[in-house]
Design a protein around this ligand. Structure first.
Ligand SMILES: Nc1ncnc2c1ncn2[C@@H]1O[C@H](COP(=O)(O)OP(=O)(O)O)[C@@H](O)[C@H]1O
Ligand SMILES: [Mg+2]
Length: 248
């Protein structure tokens, strides 16, 4: 597949089950996400948003179609290759945070860097920098149980950024948060967008979609509408690695 977009999908399809129970969760989706773009994917429950995000992040394999992240072809990669790709190049944020309960905030953030082979000293430094960026330096030694929902999600976002990912994939990141905490996460996403981080966020929240460069509506496994908001850049001129500013 050719094309300069950072993340590319062509004819991506994912079925579950078989026979009369067959579900076409994702049905021949084509997608190109340029570097630096903030893309929101919206749609009713069950339309295939999570499945698509998992396919894009190499957490699940497509039934058919091609998926590329930069020069990496994801759909044909070995399990080992996928694990490495996720560890080094993709940041995930989930609705239920997925933090390790017995680890402190800073330990949660540095874990990914340690697994990726960074020295403990460097990993801790980087984790502290990221916690500072998400406004939680003073909570570094707290366990997740001692943090609010919004704070937990900000820790999870710091963790997602620790490998300097090519793309951050977020699945309903504010789905478990109250209004004030949603605004905290929203502010953070705005900062990421300004910093040129490529971000794909599945959301029900119109406020999150409102700060995206582009909003795609999904229905029954396909894209029903794809709109770029007027007056915003798509980030195509943003080279990865050049505009992170304070994030690196
Ligand atoms: N592991 C699975 N096995 C069978 N069907 C599934 C599985 N995961 C999701 N589905 C079905 O695929 C469709 C899309 O699900 P999902 O991607 O979770 O949608 P969304 O995130 O938009 O709510 C739904 O009909 C759902 O029931
Ligand atoms: Mg979902």
């Amino acid at each position: 597949m050719t094309g300069s977009a950072l993340l590319r999908a062509r004819g991506v399809t994912r079925w579950y089950g078989r026979g009369s129970a067959l579900v076409r969760a994702v049905d021949e989706v084509d997608l190109e996400v340029p570097a630096g773009q903030t893309l929101a994917i919206m749609g009713p429950s069950g339309c295939g948003k999570s499945t698509l995000l998992h396919l894009l992040g190499g957490l699940q394999r497509p039934t058919d179609g091609e998926i590329w992240l930069a020069e990496h072809r994801i759909d044909e990669m070995s399990e080992r290759g996928l694990a490495r790709l996720r560890r080094h190049h993709i940041g995930f944020v989930f609705q239920s945070f997925h933090l390790m309960d017995e680890l402190t905030a800073v330990e949660n953030v540095e874990l990914a860097a340690l697994l990726a082979g960074q020295s403990p000293h460097r990993a801790r430094q980087r984790a502290m920098t990221l916690l500072d960026r998400v406004g939680l330096a003073d909570r570094a030694k707290h366990l997740p149980s001692a943090l609010s929902g919004g704070q937990r999600q900000r820790v999870a976002i710091a963790r997602a950024l620790s490998n300097e990912p090519l793309v951050v994939l977020a699945d309903e990141p504010t789905g478990n948060l109250d209004s004030a905490a949603t605004l905290e996460v929203l502010r953070l996403f705005e900062e990421l967008r300004t910093a040129g981080q490529t971000l794909v966020v599945v959301t029900h929240d119109a406020r999150i979609a409102a700060v995206a460069d582009r909003v795609i509506s999904m229905r029954d496994g396909s894209f029903a509408d794809d709109s770029r908001l007027a007056g915003t850049t798509t980030g195509t001129t943003v080279g990865t690695g050049t505009v992170y500013g304070g994030w690196r």
